[in-house]
Design a protein around this ligand. Structure first.
Ligand code: NOJ
Length: 623
């Protein structure tokens, strides 16, 4: 493999005074640009210098009393807090209504003050933007609407001066249909890259089989040039790469190395559980009588996938000690070993989907089912328990594919601030690395769009049109999209009370939530009781007390439909976290004891939880 000249480990960068050479990457689509002229200004400590995490002595070992036992190995990424940026909606600096890399640079102070150590940036690569950047045309270029590769390099360097690492989104299941690989692949049946994608002939002028894509409609697209169909698990402009072909894998690994050499710390790995296709079903003919088969039911986490994942780990991720967090729908607790076992797992951590998808089903399009607190707690707790010994989780309540958590799991009306803090308390102090999605730290909310034309997300628009055709009403579908559309989480970041929330001086690509005059960063910085301040306090609490990182977790009040509560135990420390998910006042005599360490109400009464109240207690046990 043609490995780039300059290699680094991924640990905390030391920024030197060396001036970055100007590297204008006129890559074309096919050629891989050399990276050695780029990585001149960020260097990393040697591996002996790198571990900034707590030592085994600090976190407790098996020789401690039972309460103090922890099986976790220390790791800087376990002690970190990740801030997720959807660049398109974060901060625009050139008035085109689209956020950009310079906007992220401008807001590094803000992210640092929040206490984040890592930033995950959603795709900023060159893309025709069918799926807002998750359809990559060139992995080696920054899309001009986001800036330049120089901006990217500057961002990595400037973030490093704050001790912040950058991870990029790695989209490796598919490319854009405008990627040079696909352009070649579709050009003829005997093109060298034909087998880089998944092509099949049709069956009597119908698609090869009845799979439907995640975004609805057939997962196959007919291509006139060669008279065959290609597979796309997402949109028709996102053809799936054929991971069975080693050349594809190696081209991807090379690209990953190139980015790691640039100085990023790792990847959030998109749709990775889709890469292994069911080879048998791939060739099953179309059978109309069987109805449609969602790709989610046949392409997720197939047997044999871990061979690919482990190869990727061995060839790229491990040598670079890259931080990896994989998007993992379809992965169950039974699969933990292959994915996140401390030694044998392919990744550091995964995003499981159980709690965020309690309100939908893969088989029923656009049907909303109310979620239940006991189930919500149960699925989170099951993951906590299952990963307690040898694995690690990514903790999250929101991201760019989901609605605002205060609107979904709490109360975005009368109790917005209090319940946003309660929800934050609940997930943030579990065992795992917490992720905060831009705006979540303000308690940003959903907004009811009254027209389908206000939506921008291809999935929402496609679903709406498809369901209208099936006879469903406009109102019913707008109600559904209010509760589930990805655009709910993609509205621009609310920086201040000025026009367009301080996000842009132009027209934003997606409307700003009108409540920005009330909910915004500037206002919350002026209010020590704001959701933003509370998040800062939570981050600090987690950093100051290893119990929240390495301590044991145990759920209490398991069956309650009102209270979410758990303990974290560590050495002599016994912590309890209490959250009221309802509008009722609840008495819990006897159980709340110890020192109150943080809560979302200043006038907390011990033994009582008022509506949406949360409180954290600590007891230090005598030897
Ligand atoms: C998951 C990403 O988070 C989502 O935004 C995207 O549409 C799909 N993967 C396809 O890349």
């Amino acid at each position: 493999m043609n490995k780039p000249v300059q290699t680094h480990s991924n640990n905390r960068p030391i920024v030197s005074n060396a001036t970055a050479q100007d590297a204008s990457f006129s890559t074309g689509h096919a050629a891989k640009p050399r990276n050695d002229s780029l990585a001149t200004s960020v260097t990393y400590p040697s591996s002996s210098q790198k571990t900034k995490s707590l030592s085994n002595d600090q976190i407790g070992t098996d020789s401690d009393a039972a309460l103090t036992r922890t099986h976790s190995r220390p790791g800087w990424w376990k002690e970190s807090v990740v801030y997720q940026i959807y660049p398109r909606s974060f901060q625009d600096t050139n008035g085109d209504g689209i956020g950009d890399l310079r906007g992220i640079i401008q807001r590094l102070d803000y992210i640092h003050a929040l206490g984040a150590d890592v930033i995950w940036i959603c795709p900023v690569y060159d893309s025709p933007n069918d799926d807002n950047g998750y359809d990559i045309r060139d992995y080696y270029r920054i899309h001009e609407e986001f800036g330049t590769m120089d901006d990217m390099r500057e961002l990595i360097e400037r973030a490093a001066t704050y001790g912040i690492r950058i991870i990029m989104d790695l989209v490796a299941n598919h490319t854009s249909d405008e990627h040079a690989w696909f352009v070649e692949s579709r050009s003829s049946l005997d093109n060298d890259k034909r087998d880089w994608y998944i092509w099949r002939p049709g069956e009597q002028e119908q698609p090869p089989n009845n799979w439907t894509s995640f975004f609805g409609g057939s997962a196959w697209q007919y291509d006139e040039a060669t008279g065959e169909y290609y597979l796309h698990c997402f949109s028709r402009k996102q053809p799936d790469l054929n991971w069975e072909n080693p050349d594809v894998r190696h081209a991807l690994y090379e690209m990953m190395e190139w980015w790691l050499d640039l100085g990023i710390a790792g990847f959030r790995i998109d749709a990775i559980t889709v890469i292994k296709k069911d080879q048998q079903l791939l060739s099953a003919p179309y059978d109309e009588s069987k109805g449609s088969v969602p790709v989610g039911s046949v392409c997720l986490n197939r047997a044999g996938i871990t061979d690919f994942l482990h190869e990727m780990k061995q060839q790229v991720l491990a040598p670079y000690e890259a931080l990896t967090v994989a998007e993992a729908p379809g992965v169950t607790i039974a699969d933990i070993d292959g994915y996140v076992d401390e030694e044998h797992g392919a990744f550091n951590m995964i995003f499981q989907f159980d709690h965020v998808d309690l309100d939908v089903s893969m088989y029923e399009r656009a049907i909303y089912k109310p979620w239940q607190l006991s189930r919500f707690k149960q699925v989170l707790s099951n993951w906590q328990t299952a990963t307690a010994e040898r694995s690690w989780m990514a903790l999250y309540m929101e991201n760019h594919d989901h609605v605002r958590s205060v609107s979904k799991f709490a109360n975005d009306a009368a109790y917005r601030e209090r319940s946003a803090k309660m929800l934050a308390t609940y997930y943030f102090l579990m065992r795992g690395t917490p992720f905060i999605y831009q705006g979540q730290e303000l308690g940003m909310t959903n907004h009811y769009f009254t027209l389908i034309d206000d939506y921008r997300d291809l999935d929402s628009i496609h679903m709406y049109n498809e369901q209208i055709e099936c006879g469903r009403s406009e109102q019913e579908l707008l109600d559904y999209l209010y509760k589930r559309s990805r655009d709910q989480g993609r509205m621009p970041m609310q920086w201040d009370g000025s026009a367009q929330a301080g996000f842009t001086s132009g027209q934003p690509w997606l409307q700003v939530n009108p409540n920005y005059t009330e909910i915004n960063v500037a206002a919350q910085l002026n209010d020590e009781h704001s959701v933003l301040y509370f998040y800062r306090q939570l981050v600090r609490l987690r950093k100051e007390h290893p119990a929240f990182i390495y301590g044991n977790y145990k759920e209490i009040y398991t069956d309650s439909e009102q209270i979410g509560a758990y303990t974290r135990t560590y050495k002599q420390e016994f912590w309890t976290v209490w959250c009221n998910f309802t509008e009722s006042t609840i008495s819990l005599p006897d159980l709340m004891s110890g020192e109150r360490m943080l809560g979302n109400m200043d006038d907390h009464d011990s033994g009582t939880l008022r509506p949406y109240e949360s409180v954290i207690y600590r007891t230090i046990q005598a030897n």
